[in-house]
Design a protein around this ligand. Structure first.
Ligand SMILES: Nc1ncnc2c1ncn2[C@@H]1O[C@H](COP(=O)(O)OP(=O)(O)OP(=O)(O)O)[C@@H](O)[C@H]1O
Ligand SMILES: [Mg+2]
Length: 282
């Protein structure tokens, strides 16, 4: 993948690793693993020993009922919350993320549902926000426009009329597409999306699902929170289900059917289709 923002050889800063952990990936390790992650807010135990594997090049759906801990999980991976216990393992090495900047430094990009883009800025400005290019002290609009255009083309985002139109004038699906394109330009290794299709119609949903698949086919690990089981079964390679802050099932999506997922989401267990969907996570 091209790395349009890379300035110094494209290496990610070795933030977040502690005490000189080597940065070479461990063969066969998932891009990110959560092991026994716990997080409480006063008396509320939001996460209890959560396990999650996010392999590169795969789409993992994170499912669970309201309050199950999906958002807290995402925010912890994104460096917004520090866990009280457990471990995050990045490319086989334990990491501690003390801030969103450190998560970003590793290659983690999170697309929150509403906060992703600035309405008053155009598409190019949004895609380069905080990473503007300049030449001799002047913004290099031509170069940014070219890269933005190419990135959107590579992702087959074809319905946008002008990349100089303000994002406020885009449809929900187009906005999501721009947010995904922005994540692609940040050469993220892990893209996290919270309910990317929640506000979208049928056609737009298909467009965004295609885009997410294209992202994963480029080797990016994708974690998607979705309430829509149709979407989950249409796009995900893997699923992980939380119930009351605990991991209750995970594995290849082909090991599940929607009814089993609903069972796990609502009761934390399922008596259908054999026992246990824990792929080596205890
Ligand atoms: N900042 C916070 N302070 C206190 N409690 C919190 C905070 N954030 C989340 N919680 C609690 O943690 C638990 C998990 O919340 P979380 O937002 O992760 O649920 P969710 O799975 O994202 O649900 P939803 O599908 O409704 O978005 C809930 O009991 C919630 O009340
Ligand atoms: Mg949530």
């Amino acid at each position: 993948m091209r790395r349009p923002w890379a300035r110094d050889g494209g290496g990610h800063p070795d933030t977040a690793t502690q005490a000189g952990v080597p940065s070479a990936p461990v063969d066969g390790a998932p891009l990110l693993s959560l092991r026994g992650l716990s997080k409480g807010f006063g008396p509320v135990q939001a996460l209890t020993r959560v396990d999650l594997d996010l392999p590169a090049g795969q789409i993992t759906a994170l499912a669970g009922d309201n309050g199950a801990g999906k958002s807290v999980t995402i925010k912890t991976i994104s460096g917004l919350w520090e866990p009280d216990g457990g471990q995050m393992v990045w490319e086989g090495h334990p990491v501690v993320l003390r801030s969103p900047k450190e998560a970003e430094g590793l290659g983690i990009t999170t697309i929150y549902q509403d906060l992703a883009l600035c309405d008053n800025l155009d598409i190019v400005q949004n895609m380069f926000l905080g990473h503007e290019r300049s030449r001799r002290g002047v913004l290099d609009e031509a170069s940014m426009e070219l890269t933005a255009r190419r990135t959107l083309e590579e992702l087959h985002v074809t319905t946008v009329r002008s990349i100089r139109q303000p994002v406020a004038s885009l449809s929900g699906g187009q906005r999501q597409s721009v947010a995904v394109a922005k994540a692609v330009m940040s050469h993220a290794k892990l893209v996290i999306m919270d309910e990317p299709t929640a506000a979208l119609g049928v056609t737009q949903t298909r467009m965004v699902l295609d885009l997410i698949k294209r992202l994963s086919s480029q080797g990016v690990a994708v974690l998607v929170v979705s309430h829509n089981l149709n979407d989950v079964f249409a796009m995900a390679d893997r699923i992980a289900i939380l119930h009351l802050g605990r991991s209750v099932a995970s594995g290849p999506i082909t090991d599940f059917d929607p009814q089993v997922v609903v069972d796990y989401m609502t009761t934390g267990s399922s008596t259908r289709a054999g026992s246990g969907h824990h792929d080596g996570e205890g």
